[in-house]
Design a protein around this ligand. Structure first.
Ligand code: AMP
Length: 190
């Protein structure tokens, strides 16, 4: 069983690459952003709460996010492994994930960060915002706030996983296939 965390700033291509990786390695793909958006679309209580944070580009509180993630994992008891996309994003989330997996006699196999320059990513996101319908992709101020959240709260997680010897980094600039090939090289050795 392999459990992977896919890191990367907004727009780095996590979702696109996750689609390839989940097929190739038979993983259950859990994107917390997608799950929140599904709840917003269906107007659930969770969706209403998450929207107030997401619309500003702020992170949704840890307690809510961790609980949601755990219940999604529990919905897939026969999974051959998970691809966590957009989770964890804070130290509290990373620690909760480790504890939760440990309680199931599992652990994180590896984490991979898709690296790219902020200015390239902002341009990519504004372009995506024209068609994605995502309010958080349409306003440069909100986008910059998401990068601030990333730099303050998520970037420190790299050290957390480095200390565990589980951190890998990949250049996220290139064609989808080029980036995919770089990721495969790491995955094939796990
Ligand atoms: P994403 O689709 O991963 O870019 O996530 C979109 C938004 O969902 C983020 O800007 C946050 O508001 C929220 N979100 C997604 N994942 C998390 C998480 N692990 N912790 C807190 N907020 C999250």
């Amino acid at each position: 069983m392999i459990n992977i965390v896919l890191f990367g700033k907004p727009g780095a291509g996590k979702g696109t690459q996750a689609e390839f990786l989940k097929e190739k390695y038979n993983l259950t793909h859990l994107s917390t952003g997608d799950i929140f958006r599904f709840n917003i679309k269906n107007d659930t209580d969770l969706g209403k709460l998450a929207k107030t944070y997401m619309d500003k580009g702020d992170l949704v509180p840890d307690e809510v996010t961790i609980q949601m993630l755990q219940s999604e994992v529990d919905k897939n008891p026969h999974s051959a492994g998970f691809l966590f996309d957009g989770f964890p994003r804070t130290l509290a989330q990373a620690e909760a994930l480790d504890k939760f997996l440990e309680s199931k006699d599992q652990n994180i196999t590896a984490t991979v960060a898709l690296e790219a320059d902020d200015n390239i990513l902002v341009a990519r996101l504004l372009e995506r915002g024209k068609t994605s319908g995502r309010p958080d992709d349409q306003d440069e101020e909100k986008i910059r706030n998401r990068y601030d959240e990333y730099n303050q709260k998520t970037a420190p997680l790299m050290d957390y996983y480095k200390a565990q010897g589980k951190f890998h980094s990949v250049n996220g600039i290139g064609t989808i296939l080029e980036v995919n090939e770089r990721l495969n090289q790491i995955f094939d050795k796990l």
